[in-house]
Design a binder for this molecule. Structure first.
Ligand SMILES: CC(C)(COP(=O)(O)OP(=O)(O)OC[C@H]1O[C@@H](n2cnc3c(N)ncnc32)[C@H](O)[C@@H]1OP(=O)(O)O)[C@@H](O)C(=O)NCCC(=O)NCCS
Length: 226
């Protein structure tokens, strides 16, 4: 199943205003499997991000595809990439979600492979040692920790690489350190990336199979999740 006009919808929800009451409401949207995964997170903050991301995922899918969200079930590929196991007839919903302090986001399409990554711009994590885990040696050499835009460049690289790892579905099994980004994605993948305010960086990578997709962004408050 493909889209005639390729399109990706990206849903973005801040999490800073989610109090325990809203957290419980988001949790109520989850199915038993998601609730068990939620409950396995040791930290309250991680449970909150999980509930927010998966409630947003259901909201986005419900908005774009027919079907009661509580009846939808999910499966995963061998590397952990989730997918709907019972899509509504005649549709091929694809999605990818991301959670990071302060924000959750979900990208949804009908038939396009997707990878989405959002990262909070945290200078304390933006070390060259961390970058060496995902940057090609030539990309690493171009990162100068003394330059004023170092943190932004670090997260631009991080989100691109992680979005690609997620789009392929390979996750950490993709050797992102061996890829020089601009050279590798041209023919197969479309990159769309942006600053989300001053605090976050987001990268979306979508399959170019049916042409350059239209990207439609929705910003939503946790109170408006249905
Ligand atoms: C999936 C992965 C790529 C990202 O996980 P993460 O860092 O927790 O990042 P995100 O919040 O953006 O994404 C997590 C979501 O991606 C989805 N996901 C899991 N495995 C996936 C895969 N193989 N492909 C695509 N999506 C996947 C899941 O929905 C998961 O959320 P859930 O567990 O609540 O269902 C993971 O393999 C990982 O841990 N990466 C390490 C991060 C890192 O060091 N990155 C360096 C820059 S590349």
């Amino acid at each position: 199943m493909t889209t005639k006009t390729p399109r990706v919808d990206v849903w973005i929800m801040p999490t800073g205003t989610i109090d325990p009451v809203i957290h419980r409401r988001l949790y109520a949207r989850l199915d038993d499997r998601e609730r068990a995964a939620h409950d396995r997170h040791a930290k309250e903050h991680d449970r909150l991000l999980y509930a927010a991301a998966h409630a947003l995922k259901r909201h986005a899918l419900l908005t774009q595809f027919d079907g009661a969200p509580t009846s939808w079930t999910f499966t995963e590929n061998a590397y952990g990439k989730p997918r709907l196991s019972n899509p509504p007839d005649g549709t091929d919903p694809r999605f990818n979600l991301t959670h990071t302090p302060g924000l959750v986001a979900v990208a949804v399409s009908n038939g396009l492979d997707l990878g989405l990554d959002a990262e909070a711009l945290d200078p304390s994590h933006a070390t060259l040692d961390t970058a060496s885990a995902f940057a090609h040696p030539s990309e690493l050499r171009a990162l100068d920790p003394d330059s004023p835009d170092y943190v932004r460049k670090f997260y631009r690289l991080w989100t691109r690489k992680e979005a690609l790892a997620k789009a392929t579905g390979l996750g950490l099994s993709l050797e992102v350190r061996t890829l020089i980004f601009a050279d590798e994605i041209d023919s197969q993948w479309h990159l769309h990336e942006w600053d989300e305010g001053d605090s976050h960086r987001i990268a979306l990578i979508a399959a170019l199979e049916f042409g350059v997709p239209e990207i439609v962004t929705h910003r939503i408050d946790a109170n408006d999740i249905r």
